[in-house]
Write a protein that binds this ligand. Structure first.
Ligand SMILES: Cc1ncc(COP(=O)(O)O)c(C=O)c1O
Length: 392
């Protein structure tokens, strides 16, 4: 983190931290260069481990430095690394920290790609995974074995939006001397700063709210400086590094994170409250809505809320698909966190390859719809959503 930013408020960090004024430019210029001229200073930086020296864009670039400093400032993290996608960040972190014979505890309702990595790739390298319940920290503790190295959680699980009681997980991780790693994509540091609650590493798909405009794919890992330093070499070896132009767009997007998120959150809350009275709705997943079973926990962990909303329509998946195709303004598309509202059914998109019984167990019942509520006018959103529900 830029040293002089620690006393600044979140909004100021979002606007200013990391942004590099070069030749008087107000924004960090795009340094579209794969390599940097070697100087005496850079040779010395290379010899010292290369992590904080501009040498070659797979290692770092002016634009990746700027963007990661901003994320570190917002997450109050010591250091961090940027990746070419959220999955590059997750796979590099897990494969970088775990070895044959190690064990990790996670939940079956993590992001579908993360689930695939944990069930299909990690076991090929002799790394065992046990799935437990993210709403029950005790179930994670019960799954710990002498080989366990990592507890892996998501602030708000995807797509059923269960909130993790982060301090309770941190207490268990500390007592058993384990790393606690969290995917904070759905919450963003505007809503939750997991490091302050005891997490060792925080992961983001920067594709989502941090970028905020559905125009990049990227990922980040931030946290403890020693861990980040050990992961730097893994990133160099695995090679999932971001392009400078994507880093530039990410940095630009993050400068308005604090301005966008309150609108996402207020719109999602308002839509969830209106859905609660709609006859075609079976159930709603939005823990920030008063009456949700996780409301009190949500007030502790992410009181500011977020734009993610899920619900189950009456009539199963056929009705859900009809709802999607009846929407006129909201795009039927996978992904989330952009200024425009998006909608999907996890059963045929993000969680298609998760076995049906695992989906049901996780709470993804027939008729389940996930929405990423954008920052459009809420009345226009409701007009579109209610006419699509009325068509069922
Ligand atoms: C919570 C979460 N984590 C990680 C990812 C993976 O990110 P990416 O698509 O940038 O690889 C996603 C993608 O949807 C996600 O929703």
């Amino acid at each position: 983190m830029a040293k002089d930013d620690t006393d600044k408020q979140f909004a100021t960090k979002a606007v200013h931290s990391g942004t590099q004024q070069i030749e008087g430019a107000v924004n960090t210029p795009i340094f579209q260069s794969s390599t940097y001229k070697l100087t005496e200073e850079r040779y010395a930086g290379w010899a010292a481990g290369a992590q904080h020296t501009l040498l070659y864009a797979r290692l770092s670039s002016v634009n990746s430095d700027a963007a990661i400093q901003k994320i570190c400032a917002m997450e109050e993290a010591e250091d961090g690394l940027l990746f070419a996608s959220g999955m590059a960040a997750i796979s590099t972190t897990l494969l970088g920290l775990l070895s044959r014979g190690d064990h990790i505890v996670a939940a079956p309702d993590v992001y579908g790609g993360t689930y695939g990595l944990m069930t299909e790739e990690l076991p090929r390298f002799g790394i065992d995974v046990t799935f437990a319940d993210m709403t029950e920290p005790a179930s994670y503790e019960a799954a710990i074995t002498p080989s366990t190295k990592i507890l892996y959680i998501e602030t708000l699980s995807n797509p059923v939006l269960k909130i993790a009681n982060i301090p309770a997980f941190a207490e268990i991780a500390k007592r058993h001397n384990l790393l606690l790693i969290i995917d904070n994509t759905f919450a963003t540091p505007w809503a939750t700063q997991p490091i302050k609650m005891g997490c060792d590493l925080v992961i983001h798909s920067t594709t989502k709210y941090l970028g905020g405009h559905s125009d990049i794919v990227g990922g980040a890992v931030v946290g403890n400086a020693e861990l980040i330093s050990s992961l730097f070499l893994k990133k160099v070896h695995f090679g999932g590094s971001p392009d400078p132009h994507a880093c530039y767009l990410l940095e630009r997007g993050m400068r308005t994170l604090h301005a966008r998120m309150p609108i996402h959150a207020a719109n999602a809350l308002s839509i969830s409250q209106r859905l609660a009275n709609h006859p075609k709705i079976d159930s709603i997943n939005h823990p920030m809505r008063d009456g949700d079973s996780q409301y009190d926990l949500a007030q502790n962990i992410m009181p500011n809320g977020t734009g993610m909303l899920a619900f189950t329509v009456k009539g199963g998946d056929a009705a859900a698909l009809k709802f999607l195709s009846s929407l006129q303004m909201v795009f039927e598309a996978t992904s989330l966190g952009g200024v425009e509202s998006l909608v999907e059914c996890p059963f045929n998109t993000s969680h298609m390859f998760v076995p049906e019984e695992v989906r049901i167990e996780a709470g993804i019942h027939p008729g389940f719809v996930r929405m990423s509520i954008g920052i459009e006018d809420v009345e226009d959103l409701w007009t579109d959503i209610s006419q699509a529900l009325d068509s069922l």
